[in-house]
Design a binder for this molecule. Structure first.
Ligand SMILES: [Fe+2]
Length: 493
């Protein structure tokens, strides 16, 4: 990457991010904590630094052989000095660390100390919004990292933990104390470049990730060695400006889908620049891992999604991938409604399977709407890029509350769905697949948090992945609740 292209990309992202100086009486209406019981999921944490040496085991026993660290990240501080953010994606990030050892679990929660968080602390108010909020009297913006909230996911790498956002730098944290050490730089000419929140760890430990310059219609592609050092970086041009949050990999290919939610207009927020173009096909870019100049392009029916499941390439070159897809209603409006205490309108997210054929045609082959909304797809990480039988999601929508209450296991071979529902007043968050010692694909556990807003308690749940309909084999409770987060990762040992 040349200095010129970096400067151009950063200037574009900075100029077009939400940074308008606004002072309007209308903003006063945004203040105040919403009242419904489920709004507990979007309330500030009780403290910016949380910890307990031992969670209370409330049912079952920790399986033998399950020991390691479960990290999560998510927006947490939504409100300061009477001003409340306007969008779920706009809270300052807080990383959670659940360390499991010898059958017991400890917890540490700590804010990611981004430039924005430190500024907010110093001024005692919210000084910037990164995604969908117009902030009154924002602090001067030097680049995308000025509004970086570091609030989306985590990646253990090179002895550190990265707190990931997608519009700017990852932040380096201590793996144990979660102390922030500063923004991660992949090289002098890459400082401040976007680094997305869904990196893929390949079977050999290679890490693939991208950053999107949606306005410049280009991606920066990162290939990182298992040691955590940058292997190479490449600019991928002519990628239509649809919001790309996640991607997928096979043993041979990298697959990027530019959805029908396109950056087409001016706005005072980043989100506001996107419009759902219901007749615009999704544009798929497929790159060969071994030769990143070898590219094929496909079109899929209109849609928008955040997350993809697994993918694989057949011997004949056909590519299959799973995706949880719908339209823009949740990101455009629903994720604002939840911060105002309003139940969002329906915005179904179906689990779909896509086929990109070697002859250049592409289609959605199957759509599963049963127990929608499907989100946070996960699979056995040992099967990344290979044909896999099982996919795990959270699902089941409710009429009178947002979010999902169940965890699901999809058998892609038979079409069977197993599920465990945590209850009508519980949010089921992303559940990770943690491989066990057996060689079977589903030999392992699902590990995930839930927020029971009826009982006002956050729980850590462990399910046997072979039999999730039996419910958790171990449930632990925290002595405080956590705001709902987004994504996590598992570190063995
Ligand atoms: Fe995500």
């Amino acid at each position: 990457m040349t200095n010129l292209s970096r400067r151009h990309m950063l200037q574009g992202l900075t100029a077009l991010s939400g940074m308008a100086a606004v002072s309007s009486p209308a903003l006063a209406k945004l203040a105040g904590t919403p009242q419904p019981d489920w709004a507990l999921g979007w309330r500030n944490p009780t403290k910016h630094s949380l910890g307990t040496p031992q969670l209370k085991l409330v049912s079952g026993t920790m399986p033998k052989g399950l020991s390691g660290t479960f990290y999560r990240n998510g927006p947490a501080v939504f409100e300061r000095s009477g001003f409340r953010m306007n969008h779920w994606f706009d809270g300052d990030g807080m990383v959670q660390r659940f360390h499991m050892s010898a059958g017991s679990v400890s917890h540490t929660g700590r804010m990611v100390e981004t430039e924005l968080y430190l500024n907010n602390e110093k001024e005692g108010r919210i000084t910037g919004g990164g995604f969908g909020t117009v902030v009154p009297n924002p602090a001067p913006m030097k680049g995308p990292d000025s509004v970086n909230q570091g609030n989306t996911s985590v990646l253990p790498i090179g002895g550190e933990l990265l707190a990931l956002w997608e519009g700017g730098s990852a932040h380096r944290l201590d793996q144990v104390t979660l102390e922030t050490k500063g923004p991660k730089s992949w090289g002098n000419d890459l400082q401040g470049m976007p680094f997305s929140a869904h990196p893929k760890v390949d079977v050999d430990g290679t890490i693939w990730n991208f950053g999107q310059d949606v306005f410049g219609k280009q991606l920066v592609l990162y290939r990182i060695k298992p040691s955590g050092e940058l292997h190479s970086v490449k600019l991928i041009k002519d990628v239509p400006g649809g919001m790309i949050h996640d991607f997928c990999i096979t043993d041979r290919h990298l697959i990027f889908v530019a959805p029908s939610f396109r950056a087409v207009r001016n706005s005072d927020t980043y989100l506001g620049r996107f419009k759902y173009q219901k007749d615009a096909a999704q544009h798929v870019v497929v790159l060969e891992k071994d030769d990143l100049t070898a590219r094929r392009d496909f079109e899929l029916p209109p849609g928008f999604q955040f997350h993809y499941g697994n993918a694989y390439t057949e011997a004949n070159g056909d590519i299959h991938f799973s995706v949880c897809t719908g339209d823009d209603r949740f990101v455009t409006q629903g994720a604002k409604d939840v911060l105002r205490g309003k139940v969002p309108a329906d915005s179904p997210v179906n689990l779909c399977h896509a086929l990109l054929k070697a002859d250049g045609s592409a289609k959605i082959t199957e759509t599963i709407s049963e127990m929608a909304d499907h989100e946070f797809p996960q699979f056995n990480p040992r099967f990344v890029g290979r044909k896999a039988r099982y996919l795990y999601t959270v699902g089941r929508s409710h009429k009178n509350r947002p979010g999902q209450s169940a965890v699901l296991k999809h058998d892609l071979q038979t079409g069977d769905i197993q599920s465990h529902d945590y209850g009508a007043k519980t949010f089921a968050e992303e559940h990770l697949f943690v491989p066990g010692s057996g060689s079977a694909e589903d030999a392992g556990w699902l590990v995930g948090t839930t927020l029971d807003y009826g009982a006002k308690v956050t729980r850590l749940n462990v399910l046997d992945a072979r039999n999730i309909s039996d419910g958790p084999v171990a449930v632990f409770e925290l002595p405080y609740t956590l705001p709902l987060g987004f994504h996590g990762t598992w570190m063995q040992g």
